[in-house]
Design a protein around this ligand. Structure first.
Ligand code: DMJ
Length: 913
């Protein structure tokens, strides 16, 4: 059966090696659908309800895709808040994220095969014609090789795969003559210069027009790439070779994979996050299954499925064994150091690892998949979405959520494997949350902050490529899909490649370059899978019994979570290690312990390293705790009805919205717009929320002026044209250095782009009501029912707002329509009177706020914590790999190691996903 989950294959264990040609058919043998046998646990979901949910997914896709096509195409992505296309170079740079944008109508290409899966064959035919007519792959733009491969090459190949399938069926695509494949080939050749390194690892970026070397290329100076970036090419490149007969693509991708395998850390069998593409040295030696590595593992297993090459399975199994030994600390998956794999490298996890339970299902390791998935679901239930990063005690570490599909992907695979209707309920929750919190009139907006419910003007193409596919397939019956999904494998971007490629143009795999595999110990091969057909039918409560102990894991976690802590010295009767939280610089005993760390044994050295890490964490935590979290401005009047939530900076004075009820009111512009003197229009702002422009006087002065005029709140809008919370760190408005207790009203700050959304709404609708709060409120169903606009109307409204914002420059004098271009920052000291744009944030604002949760959860330690700790202690006792820690290291090398680890730790902290 295919990875999509059918019933063929390894229903009973396969005791010996299957011939590789059978492997593609049985590789997802471990994924045995049990939908028909489920009898207990979560209540079964009726066919009617599944169909209803499937239809809801279709409607949501139409909303996302329709708005992209109407308001953004041919741009790469839709900006759903301002309802226009994101064109690279025309928006402030977002750094690496923008490297996915190659001016090649990314979202359209990424959506191609989704259209077929969702039965939108006619739309698919139109979309293919548009791609062939409009898309140019020869743009002078530097793009990520990884993103271009998985999204664009994968999108074209997925489109081609389904185009030929449809053509063969005889109704649609009769005119199709491999045009998408020709484009894919053209793109493949464009990416090849990236592999021109001694290692064979590709450069991370390439200029689509000028390649790497040419002076015009503006790239080619990079030395490092991420492991996933170099190791996630084989499916697309091999498919391209096998579809076209041009072997070079598969050869290059294999060479890169061979090199990564060679460079694995030999004692732990783990790989680091980034590697030098010239020397092959690991640049970042931390290792997990999330950001930077994730799809490298995924592609080893799937390459085996698609290509039937045993070496890929062997590599996967070797890594998997290491992952389960060191990184998996059920239900957590925690990064470790490749050289010291018993040492956690982080105390938080990133959202990308949510794909891993799905991969475990494909491998056939269902129990840990159920556990990790359940833990992630508990986090989602707490925050509505999976934050980009969260700590081991399940606090938010990075609060964004760009509508990532990984959790939906794992939910789909778990449902296919277990048939447990619980996973249908999980999918239903995902749908509800998307509609409730991410849906905006013009598409779906990424969450800027899952805690406040605020949005980012961003809808990534993977949302259409993956999310809707997995959600639709979750609720679909076989007959709901016009082709057999089990004949295909999903790439990491959920593009579909046909399994018959395994028997086509095999010449490359035959001349396998690496000889090492034949010599390796066969015992490492895992040729069998758990017999799920026996497991689930006989015990329908199996999955539920695994989930049950984890039900409260998030709510009741201890402040340090359930992270594994090695306590050998404690157990042997010695004093417990000194923890950073207990350290006092004035305590001589503590100083003595510090001196000893690293001197006597590597156990002490480990304590020392942990101590240093904790100190770094503690100090950054303390800094963060002095900062106020962001706030939300939610537009609640027609046609928004609470659907648009803007990220706002709080003030260090005035009503504290986290302690008080939110403030709701209509908005009115103050006159003068800068709010720096007594208002001349008190009747207009009385009882309303006043809009004031930043600049020319202190924030507190503005607050007093609008309060005196009778305003119930204030929103300060940045005067720096184009500023946005997408690209600038949010900050809190400081007082004026004097007593600000007289200011009673709430004050929030919006960057210019977010402010403009409100100003444009006023121009369009005059009466605009907003809610100022610390967390967006659920939408008001009464208001929506009173006047529920169709999505078409909604998008039209949003379009009107957008076009008006494009046509009219609102920033002039005296009101929103009369602003000052020579404004000055508010909370500068009187001497600091330069333009705000030229002043460093520290001069005018309080600490930049980061997306970190500042309060820790009060909860009891569960038995589970103790159980897990006991379990991990037992495992470690019997684990032969622990012995690495017992060797005595010279102090210099320990100190060097410390420094290296601390540097790596600091680097990780700075890194973005
Ligand atoms: C997708 O583009 C791919 O799944 C990739 O492998 C990593 N994750 C993003 C979406 O989150």
């Amino acid at each position: 059966m295919s990875e999509a989950g059918g019933g063929r294959g390894c229903g009973s264990s396969v005791p010996q090696r299957a011939p590789w040609s059978l492997v593609a058919a049985t590789a997802a043998f471990c994924l045995v659908s049990a939908t028909s046998v489920w009898t207990a646990g979560a209540a079964p979901m009726s066919r009617e309800e599944r169909q209803k949910l499937g239809n809801q997914v279709l409607e949501m896709f139409d909303h996302a895709y329709g708005n992209y096509m109407e308001h953004a195409y041919p741009a790469d992505e839709l900006m759903p808040l301002t309802c226009r296309g994101r064109v690279r170079g025309q928006e402030p740079s977002r750094g690496d994220v923008d490297d996915a944008l190659g001016k090649f109508s990314l979202t359209l290409i990424d959506s191609l095969d989704t259209l077929v899966v969702l039965n939108k064959t006619k739309e698919f035919e139109d979309a293919v014609r548009k791609v062939l007519r409009d898309v140019n792959l020869d743009n002078d733009v530097v793009v990520s090789v990884f993103e271009t491969n998985i999204r664009v090459l994968g999108g074209l190949l997925g489109g081609h795969s389904l185009a030929i399938m449809l053509k063969e069926k005889g109704e649609y695509m009769q005119w199709y003559n491999d045009e998408l494949l020709q484009m894919a080939k053209q793109l493949g050749y464009k990416l090849l210069p990236a592999f021109n390194t001694t290692s064979g690892l590709p450069y991370p970026r390439i200029n689509l027009k000028f390649g790497i070397r040419k002076p015009e290329a503006r790239t080619g100076t990079e030395t490092d790439t991420c492991t996933a970036c170099a190791g996630t090419l084989i499916l697309e490149f091999a498919a391209l070779s096998r579809f076209t007969g041009a072997t070079i693509f598969e050869e290059y991708a294999r060479k890169a994979l061979d090199f990564l395998w060679e460079k694995r850390q030999r004692s732990s069998n783990l790989v680091g996050v980034t590697i030098n593409i010239h020397t092959g040295d690991w640049v970042r030696k931390d290792s997990g299954v999330g950001a930077g590595i994730d799809s490298y593992y995924e592609y080893l297993l799937k390459a085996y499925v698609l290509l039937g090459d045993d070496s890929f399975l062997e590599r996967f199994n070797t890594h998997y064994d290491a992952i389960m030994r060191y990184i998996s600390q059920p239900p957590l998956l925690l990064d470790v150091h490749i050289h010291k794999p018993m040492l956690n490298a982080r105390t938080w996890m990133d959202a990308l690892l949510a794909f891993f339970p799905g991969l475990q299902v494909l491998k056939g390791d269902i129990r840990p998949a159920i556990e990790t998935h359940e833990m992630l679901y508990q986090v989602i239930k707490k925050h509505n979405f999976l934050p980009e990063a969260f700590t081991t005690d399940f606090r938010v570490h990075w609060a964004q959520h760009p509508l990532r599909p990984e959790f939906a992907e794992s939910t789909y695979f778990l449902y296919k494997a277990t048939g447990d209707p619980y996973y249908l309920e999980v999918g239903k929750t995902l749908i509800e949350n998307l509609n409730k919190y991410a849906r905006v009139p013009c598409g779906f907006a990424a969450m800027k902050d899952v805690r406040t419910g605020s949005h980012e003007d961003r809808m990534d193409s993977f949302f259409l490529a993956e999310m809707f596919k997995y959600l639709y397939l979750l609720f679909a019956d076989k007959e709901d899909i016009i082709f057999d999904i089990e004949d295909y494998i999903f790439t990491t971007e959920a593009h579909l490649l046909p399994l018959w490629l395994s028997t086509t143009n095999q010449s490359i795999s035959k001349k396998n370059t690496t000889s090492e595999y034949t010599e390796l110990d066969d015992s490492n091969f895992d040729w069998t899978c758990p017999n799920t057909q026996i497991l689930f039918p006989n015990d329908p409560l199996y999955a539920q019994s695994i989930r049950e102990p984890l039900k409260n894991v998030v709510d009741k976690s201890c402040p340090r979570g359930i992270i594994r802590v090695r306590e050998e010295s404690f157990r042997s009767g010695a004093k417990p290690p000194l923890r950073a939280r207990d350290f006092m610089a004035t305590n001589p005993e503590h100083l003595e312990i510090l001196k000893k760390m690293g001197a006597a044994s590597s156990i002490d050295a480990e304590d020392g390293l942990r101590f240093m890490q904790e100190m770094i964490e503690l100090s950054s935590q303390q800094q963060k705790e002095q900062q106020l979290p962001p706030r939300a401005v939610q537009i609640v009047s027609h046609p928004f009805f609470g659907r648009v939530v803007l990220t706002a900076g709080p003030a260090q004075f005035g009503l504290d919205l986290s302690k008080h009820k939110e403030t709701r009111g209509f908005v009115a512009s103050s006159k003068p717009y800068n709010g720096c003197s007594e208002l001349t229009n008190p009747e207009a702002v009385m009882g309303k929320i006043a809009l004031i422009q930043r600049g020319q006087c202190m924030f507190a002065e503005k607050a007093r002026n609008i309060q005196n005029a009778g305003a119930i709140g204030g929103i300060v809008i940045d005067d720096n044209e184009g500023s946005s919370s997408d690209t600038a760190p949010l900050f809190q408005m400081a007082g004026d250095g004097k007593d600000t207790d007289d200011i009673k009203i709430p004050m929030l700050f919006l960057f210019s782009k977010e402010g403009r959304i409100i100003l444009d709404a006023i121009r369009e609708y005059e009466e605009v009501e907003v809610l100022l709060s610390d967390k967006a409120k659920d939408r008001d169903p009464e208001m929506e029912n009173e006047e529920q606009p169709s999505s078409e109307n909604d998008s039209q409204s949003a379009e009107q707002i957008t076009s008006s914002s494009q046509e009219v420059d609102l920033v002039d004098q005296g009101s929103p329509e009369e602003s000052s271009l020579n404004s000055q920052p508010e909370s500068l000291s009187p001497a600091d009177t330069d333009n705000a744009a030229s002043v460093s944030p520290s001069e005018q604002i309080s600490n930049p706020m980061e997306n970190h949760e500042t309060t820790s959860l009060d909860g009891e330690c569960t038995d589970l914590d103790n159980q897990l700790q006991e379990q991990s202690e037992t495992e470690e006792d019997s684990n032969p790999n622990v012995s690495w820690g017992k060797k005595v290291q010279p102090i210099d090398s320990i100190l060097a190691d410390w420094n290296e680890d601390i540097e790596a730790f600091e680097m990780m902290e700075k890194d973005e996903l």
